[in-house]
Design a protein around this ligand. Structure first.
Ligand code: NI
Length: 196
């Protein structure tokens, strides 16, 4: 094959090779799990957003509520410290990952409340709320159980909730659990394993 023919062949193959370079991570721990899917919610700026707004981006999803006295703030702090460490070592990959906090307490977590809260953890963390029905449907699809718990002698209430942090791919497919209790470098290396 002469040079020109070889170049022509390379050019012809190039787009195919590009497609082939981003295979679905079939070896991912959660590959094929029935988790995630469509949602339509309101972000911390009061805008309606759906899962389609995140098409092409990886998503790190964590559900909780801003009144959570201990678990959510600690988990979010660790997750976002891990994300910040990932950003530092691999800013290009980290930019393709959207961290998302979804409330399971929409009665109290208005967009304004979420806006203040997410800013405490990372400038790129977004907060989502919605109607009770929208939140219930989303939590169900993402397999996050929750229930209201009355606290005695107070008008306040607590919410029990699942606390798993799950990494989803750019098409919304589940990839892996992220160890939200881990040190920042442990979380960062788990993200680096899948986000590229
Ligand atoms: Ni919590």
């Amino acid at each position: 094959m002469n040079k020109a023919a070889r170049l022509a062949l390379l050019l012809m193959l190039a787009p195919l090779a590009a497609c082939g370079s981003a295979p679905a991570a079939t070896d991912a721990p959660l590959a094929g799990a029935k988790l995630g899917g469509a949602f339509s919610l309101i972000d911390q700026d009061g805008r309606r957003v759906t899962d389609k707004d995140f098409a092409g981006r990886y998503r790190l999803m964590y559900f909780g509520y801003t009144f959570c006295p201990d678990v959510c703030p600690v988990d979010l702090q660790k997750l976002m410290q891990g994300y910040a460490a990932f950003e530092k070592t691999n800013p290009v990959a980290a930019a393709k990952l959207q961290p998302i906090f979804v409330t399971i307490d929409p009665a109290r977590d208005t967009p304004a409340a979420l806006k203040q809260y997410v800013a405490l953890f990372h400038p790129r963390l977004i907060g989502l709320t919605g109607t009770e029905a929208e939140i219930a449907a989303t939590a169900k699809a993402y397999a996050v159980p929750y229930q209201r718990v009355e606290s005695e002698g107070s008008n306040d209430y607590l919410m029990d909730h699942g606390r798993q942090a799950i990494l989803y791919g750019s098409a919304g497919e589940p990839i892996a659990l992220v160890p939200q209790e881990g040190a920042p470098d442990v979380i960062a290396s788990e993200l680096a394993k899948w986000v590229n």
